[in-house]
Design a protein around this ligand. Structure first.
Ligand code: ATP
Ligand code: MG
Length: 401
């Protein structure tokens, strides 16, 4: 179909009272960014709806982009025709010929904002229903939940017809909720955690710990590819690579096996928090899920979390693995995540980390490390790049820090 416009219905923002204006402005900005390859599209955002005038751009290509913009409940691509009955009838007939399959039911829903139009809504419904029967005599009308609902809106500028309502991504526009640092590994859970945080409006930057040569170039690339998979939900994501080799070697050297994991995580969290402060983030987001592995117990969280008072958001904390995988499949990160490149934790992790580490012991072992020096050297080696979409167009922006 040759769409001329897409009508966008807002999600939860309608309930947000005073914030509504800034939510709509942010959404319009995000839509614009998602459609940057379609510069002719004009965005008109009003209180209740957003209209995207396509101006010749390809609606079919734009639909999958819009499906990834949070803050949209649903949207309807529509076709504008001249405001006269022959043109409207003929388009209604074209639509029904395109979408009709045997046994399907339909109805016509009309709305007349231009009251000077020759027919009122009832007459329009009658007339256009008749047009449908002309080309599709066996079809049945059904007022409640028809399979095909052809909506016709008579506005001053023309008649707008639509017949499908496409579900949006829901949630809140990314950027309305402040910024958080996502601890992004190469696993299944953290990309899902990032996706869920973005869904509630949080803008994320990805922090990834790499320990070359123990971790491979492929492992790093995998984390970047995962970031690229979730980047379309945000427009782009800053990817911050943190050198972690020296820290892991030192921990391995001086900390007993049972506490390797706890101390490693404490160092990761400290670094993430420093980066957060530098990048003006408000919170930290990770992919911890309670009880999933030995290192993810409440006792473990206590022992790790102690290094910062910054709130840590754990979007998948209470989900079962199956539930997390379901989301990972939906956002297409699952296949990538199960590729077998080792990340830094797997390599240095003891076969059996303590499931109930004691905070005091973690602190005592950690005192054997030059924590400040290690952190300072790692911070001096950060690499930032921008990951724009699922094709991974990267640019190095090391001087941004
Ligand atoms: P994931 O599937 O996200 O890797 P996981 O179940 O493997 O999670 P852990 O390996 O215990 O769990 O890691 C817990 C969390 O710590 C991860 O979800 C992630 O947020 C963070 N994390 C672990 N390794 C890294 C890393 N190399 N870089 C950045 N964050 C990491
Ligand atoms: Mg992992």
């Amino acid at each position: 179909m040759n769409y001329t416009e897409i009508m966008v219905r807002y999600g939860e923002l309608s309930t947000k009272g005073k914030n509504r204006r800034s939510f709509i402005t942010q959404l319009a900005q995000n839509v614009k960014r998602a459609l940057q390859d379609y510069p002719a599209v004009k965005i008109h955002a009003d209180r209740d709806r957003m209209h995207l005038l396509l101006n010749g751009e390809n609606g079919e290509e734009i639909i999958p982009k819009l499906e990834k913009v949070f803050g949209i409940q649903n949207f309807s691509p529509s076709i504008r025709v001249d405001k006269n009955m022959p043109a409207i009838r003929s388009m209604v007939q074209q639509i029904i010929k395109t979408v009709y399959q045997s046994g399907k039911t339909f109805k016509i829903t009309t709305k007349r904002s231009d009251h000077s139009f020759e027919l009122d809504s009832n007459e329009l419904n009658q007339e256009l229903g008749g047009a449908v029967f002309e080309v599709c005599p066996e079809i049945n009308v059904q007022m409640r939940n028809p399979d095909i609902n052809i909506r016709v809106e008579i506005r001053n500028e023309g008649a707008y017809l639509s017949y499908e309502t496409i579900r949006g991504a829901g949630g809140l526009p990314v950027g309305t909720g402040g910024r958080g640092m996502l601890m992004l590994s190469g696993g299944i859970d953290s990309p899902v955690a990032g996706y869920l945080a973005m869904k509630r409006g949080v803008e994320i930057e990805a922090v990834h710990f790499a320990s070359p040569p123990y971790t491979s170039e492929q492992a790093l690339q995998k984390a970047k590819d995962l970031a690229a998979k979730i980047a379309p939900y945000a427009g782009s994501i800053q990817f911050i690579e943190v050198p972690f080799t020296e820290i892991q070697e030192e921990i391995k050297r001086v900390v007993p096996e049972g506490y390797l994991m706890t101390v490693t995580r404490r160092m990761m969290l400290r670094l993430t928090d420093e980066i957060r402060a530098l990048r003006k983030g408000l919170v930290i987001i990770n992919g911890e899920s309670l009880g999933q592995v030995a290192s993810q117990t409440l006792q473990s969280m206590v022992a790790i979390n102690e290094v910062t008072s910054t709130p840590i958001i754990r979007p998948v904390v209470s989900m079962d693995k199956g539930e997390i995988i379901e989301i990972a499949e939906k956002i297409d990160t699952f296949e990538l995540a199960i590729q077998p490149f080792e990340d830094c934790c797997t390599i240095f992790a003891p076969p059996q980390p303590k499931t109930r580490p004691k905070l005091e012991k973690a602190q005592a072992y950690e005192a054997r490390l030059d924590v400040e020096g290690l952190i300072a050297r790692s911070m001096a080696g950060l690499k930032v790049s921008e990951i724009a979409d699922s094709t991974v167009q990267e640019e190095e922006f090391s001087d941004l820090l």
